[in-house]
Design a protein around this ligand. Sequence first.
Ligand SMILES: [Mg+2]
Length: 264
Amino acid sequence: MLCRLHSAIKSASPNIKIVAFVATKMLFGIACSFLTRIYNMMVLFMRLHIRKVAQYQTVRYYNVPLSPSNEMRLGLLKRKTMVLDLDETLIHSHHDGSYQPVPPKTPPDFVLRVTIERRPVRFFVYKRPHVDYFLKIVSQWYDLVIFTASLEIYGTVVADKLENKKSIFQRRFFRQHCAADFNGYIKDLSMISPDLSSIFILDNSPSAYKWNPDNAIPITSWFSDFHDTALLDLLPMLDALRFTNDVRSILSRNLHLHLLYSTK
Ligand SMILES: [Mg+2]
């Protein structure tokens, strides 16, 4: 059949030869685009699968019940407040047209539609791995407060999504509550509580807590690594921190880390 076709083309006029050449090229193009689509679908499926496994891997910090003596010790201490940053600490997001450090075609955990300066903007939000488990555990140990330098219209919806109708954030603070300097926005913890012995912040940006460095836990900025375990890794330390009288006695020992994290 192919031999006949080949000899037919060979004996055909130049115009028919050109048409046959163009048709062959088109068929080749269609086949290539079909194969590329199949390849992209396979890559997307693999990414989704890898992410699912990373999110639900059996790495867990078991929140075992306290002994009666530890329960009594904890009862004598004031319940502490944990302040949480959002962007690059608990989540990462990008909006229409912005730079996307996440691998292309990775589906977001949720999409927010907000209007900023009369313009509709879509935010594609990715949750840091293990954030749901992290919030579930630390909300049992601390009063949780959100403090983001982002706009309220965006921060409110992200916090609502993270809460998932469970009301785990006692209070929320946004850009308008930050102090501004030439380096960005500063989060003043004394505005949330004058008692600095019982409050601390988890934030990827050391400049945000430069007025309260002894009340801060540094964490690496998260953008797209779906194997990240930074939140899980903090749980043993956070479990112990609630037993201290003054969080500064422990967290001031971390000051060298702040410098390290600020370079990332
Ligand atoms: Mg941040």
